[in-house]
Design a protein around this ligand. Structure first.
Ligand code: NAD
Length: 414
């Protein structure tokens, strides 16, 4: 952060990326500017070309200098990377390598996905309305270990007898740090934590379960239960409101969080944060992005729903900048715009009766509706916490020895 006159200036990296990424990141920047104008701060954006855009410009998905720029920023906002142009899985350079480089390089070991269903969007969900009542879960996925980072060998051998393998390693420290984060988050919410594993089959899951239970002793106020991943997958669609915080390893988290996202009616609605233990002067350093991909089928056509990215900005404000005031305002503005009937195509009601009360808008007009409400003070802190937009409270305690500043300097996080 720098000071320009009396105005606080936060330094953020923007990665528009590919496909709809530039559409939704442009929308999110407008919302951030409106929040800054209302709450008295500025944002100095540093845009970098990453993913397919990075491959086209520099021949690599992310340059070391760009990774360094992310590291010294207050936080990073990402649209999405990838698309058909770079989809060859055997290519030496691929857009998603940038994601792994950022997760590993920035120490972002946990991905947080809040899932709730705005009441106005219940008709857009494939689940029966009565199942969606009270859905408010937070999935904490371990992000830098397990199968995706283990040793592997590509298929080899004669046709008909080829073999390949992927190794699933987990160490106790890797499990402990994400478990501790999940307990902290549960403590700030409804105090229930579900740990998801496959301990009846996998040795790593048995270690996972042991370590999680050892840490549970430090959190006697949080009720812990274990769930096998297959049973959990069923429970997410059968009784989604039964969950508070879930914590699980990388592969299971990838699958379960995509499954849970369906509840909200559209991929375009949901935000996410990837965080580690490093703190800046304002909060946890992190990377924020909508959960959807680059949606090449609708890129550049004013069709993308910007809400997932705009709610990612709210998470960024809350967690990385310590601006709960502005985060509340952004979440409230999204809720109010939905209540006012604004709908992008992906959340358009299925029934004609419900559609009568709605206005179909594109990316820009939906952003206009939200920006106007942020600026006008709609959705202030007085908005009810169960208004249906994802609201995540940051952990109340220091999480790790990686803490670099005194907690007294972090009033927004305490
Ligand atoms: P996708 O999320 O891009 O799209 C799936 C469907 O959802 C499409 O029909 C799309 O039009 C729709 N959709 C997505 N976002 C939307 C939005 N904001 N508003 C309205 N509709 C939306 O998933 P995909 O098609 O499997 O992947 C496309 C590309 O994105 C691939 O190259 C994939 O590798 C990449 N991807 C990137 C990330 C990331 O950057 N973190 C994540 C997932 C996929």
């Amino acid at each position: 952060m720098t000071a320009e006159g009396d105005l606080l200036q936060y330094r953020l990296v923007a990665i528009p990326g590919d496909g709809v990424g530039p559409d939704v990141v442009a929308a999110a920047k407008r919302v951030m500017a409106a929040a800054g104008a209302r709450f008295g701060f500025g944002v100095e954006w540093h845009d970098i070309l990453v993913g397919g855009a990075g491959i086209d410009a520099y021949g690599m998905p992310i340059r070391p200098d760009d990774l360094a720029a992310c590291a010294v920023s207050d936080a990073v906002l990402l649209g999405a990377v990838g698309g058909p142009k770079w989809d060859d899985p055997t290519a030496a350079v691929r857009p998603e390598q940038a994601l792994f480089a950022m997760r590993g390089g920035l120490g972002l070991f946990a991905n947080l996905r809040p899932v709730s269903v705005h009441p106005a969007l219940v008709p857009a969900s494939p689940l029966r309305p009565e199942l969606l009542d009270g859905v408010d879960m937070l999935i904490v996925r371990e992000l830098t270990g397990g199968l995706y980072f283990g040793e592997r060998s590509e298929a080899a051998g004669p046709a008909g007898a080829r073999a390949a393998h992927d190794v699933l390693p987990y160490s106790e420290p890797e499990i402990a740090r994400v478990a501790r984060l999940a307990f902290e988050l549960a403590r700030g919410r409804r105090k229930r934590l579900t740990s998801v594993d496959k301990a009846n089959v996998l040795a790593t899951s048995r270690l996972w379960r042991t370590v999680v239970h050892e840490i549970a002793v430090e959190y006697p106020d949080v009720a812990l239960d274990d769930r096998l991943v297959d049973a959990c997958a069923m429970q997410i669609v059968r009784a989604p409101a039964s969950f508070d915080v879930l914590v699980t390893e990388n592969l299971f988290g990838d699958i379960l969080s995509d499954e849970a996202s369906v509840l909200a009616g559209s991929l375009g609605m949901l935000p996410s944060a990837s965080v580690g233990s490093r703190r800046t002067a304002h909060g946890l350093h992190g990377l924020y992005e909508p959960i959807h991909g680059s949606a090449p089928d609708i890129a550049g056509r004013d069709l993308a729903n910007p809400i997932g990215t705009i709610l990612s900005v709210a998470m960024l404000l809350r967690w990385s900048l310590g601006r709960a005031d502005a985060a509340d305002a952004v979440e409230g503005a999204v809720s109010d715009a939905l209540d006012a009937g604004y709908r992008t195509g992906d959340i358009w009601p299925r029934s004609a009766a419900a559609a009568d009360a709605c206005t179909r808008v594109g990316t820009v007009a939906m952003t206009d509706a939200i920006v106007a409400r942020v600026g006008a003070g709609a959705g202030s802190a007085a908005a009810p916490p169960d208004a249906g937009t994802p609201m995540v409270e940051p952990p109340v305690d220091d999480l790790d020895v990686g803490t670099t500043v005194a907690t007294a300097q972090l009033p927004g996080l305490l």
